[in-house]
Design a protein around this ligand. Structure first.
Ligand SMILES: Nc1ncnc2c1ncn2[C@@H]1O[C@H](COP(=O)(O)OP(=O)(O)OP(=O)(O)O)[C@@H](O)[C@H]1O
Length: 219
């Protein structure tokens, strides 16, 4: 589903943040992405979401060489990917319900067709009673769960989650991890970036570790 061959990335004239990164991600797989702060986890996620292009090497996503994609093709591929950004990126003028519905509205779906589904996912992440409030009044953990619900609503084949448990207490972090594991069981590949070793220890999964710009895979 994903293949990186000798991928390197530098920002502008800076040093290479990622060097000779080679790995693959299989359909229906679950993996953690870890490494110290500043190691390049978010950078790797941005390469996978096609919001950055590599400075060298080859990235294949869903069988396509990403360097050959035009903007329309990028949009089509992105619909197959759900992403939870580290900074949530909720729209403050839309309610939680409207934020989570947004990917479906963009696809041209009518509100009555998805009302039940959005409500269900909001209950699933524990935001059933926060549906109609605006993001500025949500706590950090509630915003994070809203961002997760929005990433999941389009039933992505591949979920990228950047520190999705960074703002919640350990109990909620465990619950969210279970949610990602359930999602994986229903067929979505998951890449979950985290610093939290205690969280990773709760689920036996492949670990991708970035250190000094290189990526090491522990199966
Ligand atoms: N837009 C940018 N321009 C220049 N340098 C950048 C940019 N974004 C990130 N970097 C640098 O690239 C390196 C990797 O950053 P990145 O955000 O990918 O790390 P990270 O592993 O996600 O860190 P954290 O765990 O703290 O979120 C850092 O040295 C960072 O300063």
């Amino acid at each position: 589903m994903v293949r990186f061959e000798n991928v390197g990335l530098r920002y502008g004239m800076g040093p290479e943040v990622l060097k000779d990164v080679t790995f693959g991600i299989e359909p229906n797989s679950f993996q953690f992405l870890t490494g110290p702060s500043g190691a390049g986890k978010t950078t790797l996620m941005r390469l996978l979401f096609l919001s950055l292009r590599p400075t060298r090497g080859l990235i294949t996503l869903f069988g396509r060489d990403v360097s050959s994609l035009d903007p329309d093709e990028v949009a089509v591929i992105r619909r197959r990917i759900g992403i939870v950004f580290q900074d949530f990126r909720l729209l403050d003028h839309l309610t939680t319900y409207e934020n989570v519905s947004l990917p479906l509205r963009i696809l041209g779906k009518e509100e009555p067709s998805y009302r039940g589904e959005v409500s269900e996912i909001l209950h699933w992440v524990g935001l059933g009673d926060r549906m109609h409030v605006l993001p500025p009044v949500l706590s950090g953990g509630e915003k994070q769960r809203a961002a997760i619900a929005r990433a999941l609503i389009g039933r992505p084949e591949f979920l990228l989650a950047d520190e999705p448990t960074g703002n919640v207490d350990p109990t909620l972090a465990r619950r969210l991890l279970r949610l990602f594991v359930e999602l994986n069981k229903s067929g979505t590949s998951v890449l979950l970036a985290t610093h939290d070793i205690a969280l990773m220890d709760q689920f036996d999964a492949r670990r991708l570790v970035i250190a000094d710009g290189r990526l090491y895979v522990y199966d």
